[in-house]
Write a protein that binds this ligand. Structure first.
Ligand SMILES: Cc1ncc(COP(=O)(O)O)c(C=O)c1O
Length: 470
């Protein structure tokens, strides 16, 4: 996807035949994006070309840890960025930078168009009824704080109840927990630990049957599979742009207009006021009510480009690609003695986040050995302590897949985990020589493992030996 043949400024986004136009040449910021009709972007029907996708991500060509190829399996934490997203931000600063919604000059107009265009794209991506239902925030964290629950319960004395998780990490949706006294029901769209995709629409029906508001945390679902706010009938949906190819620092809160309109502002300042007197101030309607200050237009430009990119790939295709990687990872990890997968061991109603424990080896040590091999995963409790407790686990390793990952990267993960196991077995045996590092997957034939590190590098052995010999 690197052809230079499509003339910029001539291809309207919504008429691009997805199968023939390289994703990274669509001019994102030059089309009046708020006129893109909803649901008209054709879904790509050609086989998914992961190598072409990888070609759009400059960071994937870099090497790490003494020349090893980067195997980035941490997109659940934050995704990487295609050139079109980087270009959109750069182009904004080079040609259009101004305070959106404030200037009467041309640049101000352009900045406003880009900002509102991005809002319209996000609305179309989610199947929202109107761009006015999209609020730009800093992050999913900020978005969910607009609709608080634990803190609210502490402040008001409301009772907080929760669905339990079953041994395989699926949600035990117990309807008796939702009663006529329930005001808000919140659920994740996809677990950032187990990958579980709960029955969101069913839980929404339960919430609405008692008149409660329904909030979905879409931080791990919106980037990975088609999400329609209309089909799911959510009142609020929160997510972060940076987990879906967009820039760090911009999140989204979708809200049904009436639900948003019923909320007071959570921050006050310029751009969200209607009439200001010394004694009293009134506020603009949503979404402006929740967007005080000069808008983050460059970030919105980047997020708009990210939405275009994902739309051109087709979210069904994204989901199918991740499903095949997940199936491969489940098979590969299941085959390793002493590895316990946290979460369902099939891909049914499950996304591309695979958390696991390695018997006898702390997650941080597994992560460190994998890092030496160039494989980036996340370790810890992933902001999900209660879930880890309920799964009987202190900390886990988490690989999370995205559009640019390949089966051979999954093999590199499995080889690395196998190697970590052997490595720590040798450490535990106090003095055995460490095993030979793996030679499969993208690392085949490369010098990898602690023995191959340069003199400036401290291998994990000394640190880990101390830990395990204690
Ligand atoms: C399920 C889920 N919700 C919310 C968040 C918070 O996202 P952010 O840190 O971008 O605010 C995360 C981040 O990892 C997440 O996985």
């Amino acid at each position: 996807m690197t052809s230079e043949t499509v003339p910029l400024n001539t291809v309207p986004v919504n008429t691009v035949p997805v199968n023939t136009v390289p994703v990274n040449t669509v001019p994102v910021n030059t089309v009046p994006l708020n006129t893109v009709p909803l649901n008209t972007v054709p879904v790509n029907t050609v086989p998914y070309d992961v190598e072409a996708v990888r070609g759009d991500f400059p960071i994937l060509t870099r090497t790490v840890r003494n020349g090893k190829p980067l195997v980035y399996l941490d997109s659940g934490a934050t995704s990487q960025h295609p050139t079109v997203v980087l270009d959109a931000e750069r182009e904004y600063y080079e040609r259009h930078n101004a305070a959106a919604h404030r200037g009467t000059h041309l640049l101000g107009e352009e900045a406003t168009e880009i900002y509102e265009g991005a809002r319209a794209k996000v609305a179309a991506f989610l199947g929202a009824a109107s761009p006015d239902e999209i609020v730009f925030t800093k992050s999913a964290t900020e978005s969910t704080n607009l609709v608080p629950w634990q803190q609210l319960a502490l402040r008001t004395g409301a009772t907080l109840r929760w669905f339990k998780s079953l041994p395989d990490g699926r949600l035990d949706v117990d309807p008796s927990l939702v009663t006529s006294r329930t005001k808000v029901v919140a659920v994740t769209g996809q677990s950032n630990v187990t990958g579980v995709i709960p029955p969101v629409a069913e839980i929404g029906e339960l919430a609405h049957s008692v008149g409660a508001l329904f909030l979905v945390d879409g931080a791990q679902s919106v980037p990975h599979h088609p999400v329609s706010v209309a089909d799911l009938d959510v009142d609020f949906l929160a997510f972060s742009g940076h987990k879906m190819l967009g820039p760090l620092g911009l999140g989204v809160l979708y809200g049904k207009y009436a639900a948003l309109d019923a909320l007071p502002p959570f921050l006050t300042g310029g751009s969200m006021i209607e009439v200001v007197r010394m004694e009293e101030t009134t506020f603009l309607p949503p979404p402006a009510r929740f967007e005080p200050g000069v808008p983050a237009v460059s970030l919105a430009a980047g997020l708009g480009a990210a939405v275009d990119y994902l739309t051109a790939l087709g979210m069904e295709n994204v989901a199918a690609h991740e499903e095949s990687l997940t199936a491969h990872a489940l098979d590969a990890l299941r085959a390793i003695d002493g590895v316990r997968i946290l979460g369902p061991d099939t891909t049914k109603d499950r996304g591309g986040t695979v958390a696991f424990e390695v018997d006898g080896v702390h997650a941080h040590d597994v992560g460190q050995v994998l890092d030496e091999l160039g494989v980036a995963i996340r370790t810890g409790h992933h902001c999900a302590w209660p879930l880890h407790r309920s799964l009987g686990c202190q900390a886990s390793n988490r690989a999370s897949f995205y559009i640019y990952n390949t089966p051979s990267e999954v093999d590199a993960l499995a080889d690395g985990v196998r190697y970590a196991k052997q490595f720590f077995k040798a450490v535990l045996a106090r003095g055995d020589d460490p095993p030979e590092p793996p030679g499969a997957g993208p690392m085949k034939g490369k010098d990898i493992g602690p023995a191959a590190q340069g003199p400036e590098h401290q291998p994990p052995s000394s640190r880990c030996r101390r830990h395990y010999a204690a």
